[in-house]
Design a protein around this ligand. Structure first.
Ligand code: DQA
Length: 149
């Protein structure tokens, strides 16, 4: 199974960006750790990060027919981007929304997500571990679907 990990704006700054909220692990370290875990689970993982909304939309569009599942931390676009929502729905690839921080314990504008209601699930608040938990959840979901179909 092929999984695409998408990270949105400012997540390239993990490690130095507000470590009290997001921790001290860099995005490169998170991706490297996830590559190891994905091999253990028998998955193929590709990683993409961009600060640009259009690049994220294009990456979701290009995933059609290429990937079985998407893990997405859309950063601030979670709370603003109807375009990203539309792309995720249009591509019909199952996705898990994830966040390092618990967005519901933060400012009210972070409580709104344009992508949660169509996600398989949402993982939020476990720091870098959110990525691992989200991948485990996505993998279990895809395996259960392949048994049903
Ligand atoms: C975030 C939460 C968002 O509200 C914020 O804009 C981010 C990171 C998280 O991983 O906790 O950039 O998605």
């Amino acid at each position: 199974m092929r999984i695409l990990l998408i990270n949105g704006p400012n997540l390239n700054l993990l490690g130095q960006r507000e470590p009290g909220i997001y921790g001290s692990t860099t995005l490169q370290a998170i991706e490297a750790d996830l590559q190891v875990k994905s091999k253990e689970l028998g998955l193929e993982l590709e990683c993409f990060q961009s600060n640009f909304e259009g690049a994220l939309v294009e990456t979701v569009q290009q995933a059609i027919g290429q990937f079985d599942g998407i893990l997405i931390n859309a950063g601030a676009y979670t709370h603003t981007s109807i375009a990203l929502r539309d792309a995720l729905i249009s591509c019909s690839i199952p996705y898990v929304e994830l966040h390092l921080s618990n967005t519901h314990s933060r400012e009210p504008f972070r409580h709104q997500s344009y992508i949660s209601d169509r996600a398989i699930g949402v993982v939020s608040g476990f720091g870098a571990m959110s990525y691992t938990l989200a991948m485990q959840g996505l993998c279990d979901y895809l395996l259960s679907q392949s048994k049903v179909n």
